[in-house]
Write a protein that binds this ligand. Sequence first.
Ligand code: HEC
Ligand code: HEC
Length: 273
Amino acid sequence: MSRSRRVAEVASGVVRQPDRRCCAPKRLAFRPRMLIAAVLIALGLSGCGKPSAADRYVRPETVLDFATLFGQHCSACHGMDGQFGPAPPLNDPMFLDLIPKQQLVAVIAQGAERTPMPAFAISHGGKLTDEQINSLADGIRGQWRKSRGKTQTAMPVETWPDYTVTEADPAGIADGNLTNGRVVFEAACQRCHGANGREADGQSSADGGILGHAFGELVSDQFLRRIVITGRPDLDMPSYIDSGTQSLLDRPLTNTEIVDVVAYMRDEQRHKD
Ligand code: HEC
Ligand code: HEC
């Protein structure tokens, strides 16, 4: 038989290749085992086979990946990449240089009282383990504190005001001078926020804006202090350095001015609609 004829016969199925034929019984021999495998897989899928079901299910408390944890628990309020959310930006190198790590951990664990920031630690009624909270704090600092050098050039980090004044009075408003606070507001804030706190970048809001009762009810003293210090770089609100130097003061706000302006805002929020 010529080679080409044999190829044609094989192709048309007239003659089966010898090696194929010899495989047929072998394949049959495998079938029972495949059946067993199929039954095992089916049992696994139906949840009866304990080992494979357990392997597939990832227990929520074992998730330690920063991106996953942040996406599941934080991004709805703080923004997809830690910016542009309704809650303060966490992707802000100046903020991350300002807040000590243990305080970052404490806020995540305990939340911020009387604000929408929930407590996440299991010990505080939340769902996250201490290890997960630590992973979040490390991830936030590791990923978003990068441009550290850049924030330090305007003024060395050692000269910055502290994140917290005292634990009992985080923004130091008990020491605040309301009259001076108003002077600071007029000098450094009014050009963007308007005399009554209702305007930012020329946009007026129907309620009292940042000096109004509605806004004040949602935020802590600590938040106000932090925003005056860091600004909101994601929304073009300047830091205490730029809001001061770009005003008639022509220099960064001092520690006392920061305390005074926060005290003034709080007082206005208490009295305004
Ligand atoms: C329901 C909305 C919401 C969720 C969800 C949320 N936060 Fe917050 N978070 C806020 C608000 C609002 C504030 C400001 C609170 C205040 O006024 O002090 C805040 C404040 C913070 C602060 C302090 C910021 C500062 O300026 O001092 C940190 C840190 C923080 N959140 C981290 C997280 C992390 C991490 C998660 C996820 C595990 C998370 N948050 C989930 C709303 C939320
Ligand atoms: C160059 C313009 C500009 C200056 C100056 C400025 N801000 Fe703002 N500020 C903004 C913008 C823009 C926003 C974001 C929009 C908003 O919330 O109104 C903002 C937001 C805020 C918020 C709300 C932050 C939030 O997360 O909701 C507070 C509080 C605030 N500013 C306080 C101040 C104080 C106090 C000063 C003066 C020390 C000041 N700002 C100076 C532009 C400015």
